[in-house]
Design a protein around this ligand. Structure first.
Ligand code: AHR
Length: 516
């Protein structure tokens, strides 16, 4: 069987799977072109998304200053420390769907006077508004990140949005005085502002034409004080809604700096019904295949953007991605609580590799979500936390932040399971500012090791070292309050000889190599 494989920088390669008995080990080849470096792998690709949803904010991040769980001004120290370790660059808040019903004035001033609302999107539970603008900005500062605030286009007015921006950023005036009276004299930097969220759905069920007009209108009133800049991000397409992208960029490109795209990996189709931790090889293969679809989506949305914005002024922000399974049994279905396994780790690696290929257009992405929701970095259980397999992959890719992408092509045998067939190896490469080259190789085949022989052009490396993340089972996960077992360990399966790099990847693994 022959499979056409799209590889980094759009180069096509033919991959051949040998008919007959399948070997337990496969062979793949790759070429890293260090002599033709590409764009920067923007650190904002590691943005995190924190919505008022389930235990994403309350319990997950915020426990309150009186909690027995150690905290700093209400935010739990263990979670903050883990996020700092990750180097989270940007946090997107307060939603998601929640954003288009959020009224910022309800989240400022004395906490006891803030209205308690119903979170209509997520479980119908009460929203105490305890975490509002000041608390979010404190969270961002504690983590060492930048804020990405999503405005309310759905049921808020342009005036409300403009006043929120002024409240956050103005150096003087009544709103600045009110901010100071509420405890923060200095204006906050607001580098990113979302003009609503999913305007095609929970943000107002708008048609693309109407949403583009609304975006132009609302964005007009988002004004940065002199000497500062707010990058405005338009609500982008759902999955393969190319008409949305075309309409939005054509009509609103003069008013925005970024355009979003949302695509979730949902095995078993919508609504999510697949179990997050109890699955077999079919569930593995379907999930990997769906994750790889991000490449096709970004390619096609980018091509449309190229038509209207050939100079690539407007960036693509894939600001919601990740796995979405059925909520864990016994939990509120509206809380989107799911387990996180080795499968999710591979999904994360696949996405981070795809974003390298499209780093000329994708300058921001946000996995959904940061804590306790969907494909989370961190899960909490009372006072205990688990740093998920996804978190571990993000740690492995940390050197990618602001490094230079090196084109990589791969020829790999197909991994096939039932109706699902895909290249078995996903890869990317970067050179960091210190000149160290990092090569990421993920073996999506859960049964076979893969030996990848890589030609390095324009690079004479003397040493190779690395890390590997794998586990005995596809469903392996990390427990609460114990050392993670799905975590990177030293990798000894790579060598350099005759100008080539050879690495033998365990089945179902992510390997990150360092070449010096
Ligand atoms: O991440 C969960 C939800 O998914 C977000 O609120 C929404 O934007 C998307 O549909």
């Amino acid at each position: 069987m022959k499979l056409r494989v799209m590889t980094a920088f759009g180069i096509l390669a033919a991959a051949v799977a040998v008919p007959g008995a399948a070997p337990a080990q496969t062979q793949a080849t790759a070429v890293v072109r260090a002599d033709t470096p590409g764009p920067v792998y923007d650190r904002r690709i590691f943005t995190q998304f924190a919505e008022h949803l389930g235990k994403g904010i309350y319990d997950g991040l915020w426990v309150g200053p009186d909690s027995p769980i150690p905290n700093t001004r209400g935010f739990r120290n263990d979670v903050i420390a883990a996020l700092k370790q990750l180097g989270v660059p940007v946090i997107r808040w307060p939603g998601g769907c929640f954003a288009d019903e959020y009224h910022w004035r309800e989240g400022i001033g004395p906490k006891t006077k803030r209205p308690v609302k119903i979170n209509t999107h997520w479980g119908g539970v009460t929203e105490p508004n305890t975490v509002g603008t000041h608390e979010f900005m404190d969270l961002v500062e504690q983590v060492g990140a930048e804020p990405y605030v999503s405005g309310n286009v759905g049921n808020g007015s342009p005036q409300e949005m403009a006043e929120w921006v002024e409240y956050m950023t103005a150096p003087a005036g009544s709103l600045a005085d009110e901010r100071a009276a509420n405890g923060h004299k200095a204006p906050w930097a607001l580098p990113y502002f979302g003009i609503g969220n999913e305007l095609w759905g929970c943000g107002g069920n708008m048609r693309a034409e109407y949403a583009a007009d609304v975006t132009r209108r609302y964005a007009t009133f988002v004004k940065a004080p002199a000497g500062t800049r707010i990058l405005k991000i338009a609500s982008g397409a759902n999955v393969d809604d190319y008409k949305w992208t075309e309409t939005m960029i054509r009509e609103a490109k003069g008013q925005v700096d970024g355009l979003s795209l949302h695509y979730y990996t949902v095995p078993g189709s919508w609504p999510p019904r697949a179990n997050s931790s109890d699955f077999g090889e079919d569930g593995w293969a379907e999930t990997m295949s769906l994750a790889l679809r991000m490449d096709e989506l970004v390619t096609k949305h980018s091509a449309i953007m190229d038509k209207y914005d050939p100079e690539k002024r407007i960036f693509l922000a894939v600001d919601e991605w990740g796995t979405w399974y059925a909520s864990d049994p016994g939990t509120n279905p509206g809380f989107l609580r799911q387990h996180n396994t080795l499968r999710d780790a591979l999904v994360a690696a696949v996405h981070l590799n795809i974003f390298a290929k499209h780093a000329d257009r994708v300058k921001m992405s946000a996995i959904a979500q940061m804590v306790n929701v969907l494909q989370a970095m961190i899960l909490t259980d009372g006072a205990k936390i688990a740093l998920t397999p996804t978190y571990q992959v993000f740690m492995m890719y940390k050197p990618y932040m602001d490094a230079t992408v090196l084109p990589i092509t791969v020829e790999a045998p197909a991994y096939t399971r039932g109706q699902w067939s895909m290249p078995s190896v996903s890869a990317s490469a970067v050179r960091d500012k210190a000149g160290v080259v990092h090569v990421a190789l993920a073996n999506l085949d859960p049964n076979k090791t893969a030996t990848v022989t890589t030609t390095l052009t324009g690079l004479s490396a003397r040493t190779v070292s690395g890390q590997v993340l794998t586990a005995p089972t596809m469903t392996a996960t990390n427990g609460y309050g114990v050392a993670p077992t799905v975590a990177p360990v030293r990798f000894t399966g790579a060598k350099l000889a005759g100008g080539k790099l050879t690495a033998t990847l365990p089945a179902k693994s992510v390997v990150m190599l360092e070449l010096r």
